[in-house]
Design a protein around this ligand. Structure first.
Ligand SMILES: Nc1ncnc2c1ncn2[C@@H]1O[C@H](COP(=O)(O)OP(=O)(O)O)[C@@H](O)[C@H]1O
Ligand SMILES: [Mg+2]
Length: 372
């Protein structure tokens, strides 16, 4: 494996992060704790990551000169923003002076597959990981046929660039396929059968340069208006389902030869089966509970993995619920600070827009008093 030829990056080393949002911010904070400095590349001035990074380059992702200079200043590279063109990342990794290879972790393949719903679902299928029934859609005629084939409630999703429920419409048989196709902008899409899930869960695995893995316990997720609202551990899963969720993450991470983090979102079907929804090769909002409940949280695991260091212990030492602070929710911060046990994480975002992730809070959780 090519990963193994690189020396580990320890205290005093430089980690490059592409993307300047909250995931980059929390990665940089974790790196700082290990004595590793971060250089962030972001188009956004004074964003969440820039505020806590030792160095920042503010430039558009298309600025190849700035990207190249950035690459020269770091020992390894990771990303928090998934829509950096995978080809530009591959060029950054390989076109280094003196034939040096700059480790990009995870590599471009994980990104390419996770950026594209058709490739992602095909990938799951090839690994024997079940998903909802799905059909690739390239126009209204294909959509009409797929709606008939699904034969019940369905959800049309753009193939690329969807997040927080954006780029989706819900449909039922008999709905106007042309109108739905146009509503999503006439771009390649997938139609999925709606899963009448009893719960949504997700699982995050870290994989190191040497192939060692450390998987967090699956968490149970509740969405509101398409945006993650809470993540709770322990999830209401049987021991067999927990093992199954972890096995899915392990299978996918190995198949990608991933170095870094992989988050997999799953539906719990009415018969108890786990169906993969989507995956992300980066820290995930549904893993923020690990910051206050695990020996090593997801951001520290990412830093350890991409720097070629041994992974930490993903074990959980208490039940926890993460609640996202969306838009004006963040204005309740004084009450959160006053709440015993609550751990507040704010992202340093200046303007508070509706639907914007401003922060999150982790609260100790009592499974006995659960009102989920
Ligand atoms: N096939 C499906 N069946 C039922 N619910 C779905 C399905 N696909 C998506 N959803 C709901 O919509 C949410 C967002 O969809 P997802 O594919 O995860 O896109 P995003 O990239 O916006 O997170 C899911 O977390 C789930 O609540
Ligand atoms: Mg999702």
């Amino acid at each position: 494996m090519s990963h193994a030829i690189h020396k580990p990056i320890g205290p005093g080393g430089w980690l490059g992060i592409l993307g300047g949002g909250q995931l980059g911010r929390m990665t940089a904070l974790a790196a700082a704790r290990l004595g590793i400095r971060c250089h962030v590349f972001t188009p956004e001035r004074e964003g969440p990551a820039e505020q806590v990074c030792a160095r920042a380059t503010i430039a558009p992702y298309q600025d190849l000169v700035a990207l190249d200079r950035f690459a020269q200043s770091v020992d390894a590279l990771t990303f928090e923003f998934e829509n950096v063109p995978a080809a530009s990342l591959a060029a950054l990794e390989h076109n280094r002076p003196g034939g040096r290879v700059l480790p990009l972790r995870p590599g471009p393949r994980a990104l390419e597959i996770a950026q594209d719903r058709v490739r992602e679902k095909t990938f799951f299928g090839e690994l024997g990981i079940p998903t909802a029934p799905w059909h690739p859609i390239d126009g209204p005629i294909a959509l009409q046929a797929a709606l008939l084939a699904v034969g019940g409630p369905a959800i049309l999703k753009t193939n690329r660039l969807g997040y927080d429920g954006k780029g989706q419409v819900r449909l039922k048989p008999g709905d106007d396929a042309t109108a739905a196709w146009n509503a999503l902008g006439g771009v390649p899409a997938v139609l999925e059968g709606m899963v009448p899930f009893t719960a949504e869960v997700s699982v995050i695995i870290a994989r190191g340069v040497d192939g060692a893995t450390a998987c967090f316990e699956p968490t149970e997720n509740v969405h509101r208006n398409g945006i993650l609202h809470t993540s709770t551990v322990p999830a209401r899963l049987t021991p067999a389902q927990i093992e199954q969720a972890k096995a899915i993450a392990l299978t996918a991470a190995r198949a990608l030869d991933l170095v870094g983090l992989l988050a997999v979102e799953l539906f719990v079907a009415p018969d108890g089966a786990l169906l993969a929804n989507e995956m992300a090769p980066r820290p995930h909002n549904s893993g923020h509970w690990t910051m206050d409940a695990c020996h090593a949280d997801q951001f520290e695991q990412l830093v350890r993995a991409v720097c070629g260091l041994p992974l930490g212990d993903p074990g959980r030492f208490r039940p926890m619920r993460m609640t996202n602070l969306i838009g004006v929710d963040a204005e309740t911060w004084p009450a959160i600070l006053a709440r015993p046990g609550a751990r507040l994480h704010l992202y340093g975002k200046a303007d508070c827009r509706p639907g914007r992730k401003m922060g999150h809070v982790n609260d100790p959780f009592d499974p006995a008093g659960d009102a989920r």
